[in-house]
Design a protein around this ligand. Structure first.
Ligand code: PRP
Length: 216
């Protein structure tokens, strides 16, 4: 039997996704070995193979078929815009993509001023401001700690992920507008969906049942 290969966004999400799969009978002890530097893990019983990748690379591995399946946040899926099928909401890692800033920026936003927007997500920010709000802004791409930007005068607002809101609160920033809800999603390569249809459909059905049973 050919391995079904999964690309997991490394970090908290990978651990949660593996725990969910473990509750479906996927056994991958190697994954839980502390301090392992190993990149690929196998579950011989089910014929599954897992690897950890940087979140933004997961849709790339899936589009090219190096992974049949990916588990990654909707933020990354939207930002990367790859040709992949999004098949299931795993209902974990729930958060929101928001426009945030100091309260003083609220008026600039409403008055449609030419403001600067700092973000790790230029595609999402551009789509929101240009297509949904039909407002011209200057987008500044950053790679992390985006909340710094309005504090030091790089931008008036940011587009970023808000989970608990702690980072914003501790830095005197607020949610000014909500762009969209986010959570972890399962994505599938277009060819794999045809070639491994039975196995992938069975997996989706079992995951959906498991998620539903844990919800209530
Ligand atoms: C994310 C996000 C916010 C923070 C939101 O950052 O970019 O900074 O989490 O979480 P909260 O609402 O619970 O405070 P991440 O930890 O991924 O770090 P980074 O921004 O430096 O990449």
């Amino acid at each position: 039997m050919r391995y079904l290969t999964f690309a997991l966004a490394k970090g908290r999400l990978a651990g949660k996704a593996m725990d969910l799969l473990a509750r479906l009978g996927v056994s991958c002890e190697e994954f839980y070995e502390p301090d392992t530097r190993r990149l690929i893990f196998t579950d011989e019983k089910n014929g599954f193979r897992f690897f950890l990748a940087k979140a933004s690379d997961v849709p790339t591995y899936v589009e090219y078929g190096a992974a049949d399946i990916g588990i990654v946040g909707r933020d990354t899926i939207l930002e990367e815009g790859r040709r992949i099928y999004e098949v299931l909401d795993l209902e974990m890692g729930k958060c929101r993509m928001c426009v945030c800033g100091p309260e003083s920026s609220r008026e600039l936003l409403q008055r449609r001023q030419l403001i600067r927007v700092a973000t790790k997500y230029p595609v999402i920010a551009k789509d929101y401001f240009y297509n949904r709000r039909q407002q011209t802004v200057e987008i500044i791409k950053l790679n992390g700690s985006v909340e710094l930007a309005p504090l030091v005068g790089l931008s008036e607002v940011i587009v970023d992920i808000v989970e608990t809101g702690t980072t914003l609160r501790e830095n005197g920033l607020s949610v000014l507008e909500e762009i969209c809800p986010l959570s972890a999603r399962m994505v599938v390569n277009e060819v794999s969906m045809k070639m491994e249809n039975e196995r992938i459909k069975t997996l989706i059905r079992r995951l959906r049942e498991q998620i539903r049973s844990e919800r209530i």
